[in-house]
Design a protein around this ligand. Structure first.
Ligand SMILES: Nc1nc2c(c(=O)[nH]1)N=C([C@H](O)[C@H](O)COP(=O)(O)OP(=O)(O)OP(=O)(O)O)CN2
Ligand SMILES: [Zn+2]
Length: 122
């Protein structure tokens, strides 16, 4: 099995309004997000690729136009702005376009990563 990953960066604000009011993340704040997409394949194509990294340029465009310097509560809806929900969102966006997609990871801070990796179908 071959696995490749590519990273994308954006800055955005969010507010986890469903948390207790004394939780710091219930306040409006922002992060420099990192999104990492993982693709995997048993065999390589004729170029020796799982998939050309440059095919992911469409994801970069999507992130730049839809997420960068935006308020995520407006982009995704109030309940969907945790790192876990973002990871699932980016996984689904990529899986619809790149069948080799196996996981998506999102970092909000230098210490945290959330991953969405569906259980493989038998
Ligand atoms: N499981 C999750 N927990 C938290 C999320 C999340 O998306 N998933 N998000 C937040 C906040 O939005 C933000 O990421 C703050 O995280 P935190 O680790 O508390 O960041 P700090 O820099 O304040 O942490 P320190 O421990 O002070 O370095 C919260 N939780
Ligand atoms: Zn946050």
């Amino acid at each position: 099995m071959f696995r490749v990953t590519k990273e994308f960066h954006f800055s955005a604000s969010h507010q986890l309004g469903h948390l207790a009011p004394d939780h710091p993340c219930a306040r409006l704040h922002g992060h420099n997000y990192i999104v990492e997409i993982e693709l995997a394949a048993e065999d390589l194509d004729e170029r020796g690729f799982v998939r050309d990294y440059r095919d992911l340029d469409a994801l970069k465009t999507y992130i730049d136009t839809t997420f960068d310097h935006r308020h995520l509560n407006e982009v995704l809806g109030d309940r969907r702005v945790t790192a876990e929900q973002l990871a699932r969102h980016f996984y689904e966006w990529c899986a619809a376009r790149y069948p080799e997609t196996t996981a998506a990871r999102v970092s909000e801070t230098p210490k945290t990563w959330a991953e969405y990796r569906p259980t493989p179908r038998p």
